[in-house]
Every structure is written in structure tokens, then in C-alpha cells.
Ligand binder design. Sequence first.
Ligand SMILES: [Zn+2]
Length: 316
Amino acid sequence: MREIASKLTEFRAGITAIDTDYVRPRLAASHLVVDDGRAAFVDTGTTHSVPNLLAALAHKGIDRAQVDWVLATHVHLDHAGGAGALMRELPNARCAVHPRGARHLVEPSRLIAGSIAVYGEERYRKLYGEIVPIDASRVFQPEDGATITLGKRHLEFIHTPGHALHHYCIVDREHELVFTGDTFGLSYRDFDVDGREFIIPTTTPVHFDPEALCLSVDRIMSYAPRSIFLTHYAEVRDLTRLAREVKERVLAYADLGARHRDAQDRTAKLQHDMFAMMGTWLDAHRYPGEDGERHRLLDGDIELNCQGIEVWLDRK
Ligand SMILES: [Zn+2]
């Protein structure tokens, strides 16, 4: 009990961020939303994260039968890898997943093969463990604009391509907030400087589309939210600046890709230049960490981002 308390962060509107213990502390969150005695998880982390999610429920005195929804913003495994294992523990829950992603949670073999292609077999096993399929009768496939009820609140699904074709975001108009999965980018709390948030886009394979991603950011902002909750990591509030910066940086990634399209050693050049580019952004942000610390916090994302940019270059 005491141990789980250190992994929880409480926010307004009945929202708790739960550290999913993915890769390092405060890299990935599942958000628990509670309204009038009913509960939902937004993203689940991996199968290894499920004990933290169940411990968070117990810590807050919420019975597993009170959970109505598991909301998977998209099927990348740091977001939905644990959805099947979690659903097994929640007798009344339904799992909402984009119509283009649903089959991957019902029959995960292609998802597993695709993830092994990205991460390699050994790292895949360590990071994700077993992927449990979800019975199709428990899966809800929201169309763009669909709404559900959680307790007394209404949640609206909007389809937001750009990071993944099968990505949705969840709008809570009454509480003026949006859960954006990976669409609005990453903002690790490690980079906060005097409460100022730092943001970078994430372009994990295989659906990166810069124009679509910028349009999706604009669509999120069209709801004029006061808070955005990112899976990586939790609440950000300086939204006008962050929306502008994340779009500029999406285009900077795309320019970087175009510049090295035909280069020898393309992967190495992309990774080198992306680290340098992020360094200029961190310097402008007055982040004091040295290169060693920057590599520790960013290299995993740089590797994935560059893979995603190369897939995009080869598709164009
Ligand atoms: Zn993702």
C-alpha cells in the first residue's frame, strides 16, 4: 500500500496518474478517472503494469467491479499491452479501442510480431511479457464523435491520426480537459524548469504523418482545454505555447528526415542530428542537465522517432 502511494499523482476532476513502471520512473502513466463511484482507466501500460493499476484501485477503495471502462488511446504496447491482462481482472469493464486497432487487441499475433520487429525479441519479452487477447464481445469501437458515460460525466472520442492511424483522444468538455495518448507529444516531468513544461513529438513506427499530426493537435486545441493529460507524462497546462512548439517540432523532424533521405548511414545521421536538435530546444528551455543525462532521458525516444521517420520516408 505504502509503495503504491509513491507511484500515484492526484489531479483535479477525479483523475489520478499511476506510474506504469515502464523503462524508468515517470516515463509512462495510466490515468484513473473516477466519477460518482464509477471508474475508467485511460491507457494501461504493459502486462507488467497491471499490478500497479490494481493496487491503485485498492489504495483508493475502489472495487474492481466499479470499473466500467478501459480506454486504449491506441494499441502501441506501452499504452495497451496490458489491456487484456487488466480486463481479466475487471468483471464489468468494456474496452474501447479505435475501429482500426480493435482486431489487434482481440487477436494480438500481428501486434506482437510488429513490436518484435521494432524492439527485437529479447527486449520485447523483457518490456512487454505476455499479451492477453480480449474477448470481442467486450470491445467497443468508437466512431469519431462517439460518446460514453462514466458516472455523471460524458467522454467524447475524437479520431486523431498522425502518430498512429488507429489513435483516438478523449475529450471531457465539462472539465475542460483532453487525454491525448501520444498525439500531443511527450512531456517528461524530468525536463520541467521552474514549472515550465518541455514538449517533443513522438513518431514511433509505423504511421507517422506530419501533416495529419499537426491537424490533430489543432483539433485537440479547438476544444480550448485547460489541461491535457499525456501518457508520457500526466498533466500539462501551458497549452498555447506547447501546441505551437509541438507542431514546429513535428515539422523539424520531417525536415530532418527529408535532409537525410538519401544519406549513407541515414539512421546514424538522423539520430545524431535529432539529439543535437533536441539539445538546442533544451538549451532554449534553460534545462541545466548535461549531455550524459540528456542521452539517458532521450535516447530511447530518439531511436523510435528515427525509425518512424525512416518508415515515413520510405512510404512517401
Ligand atoms: Zn504510441
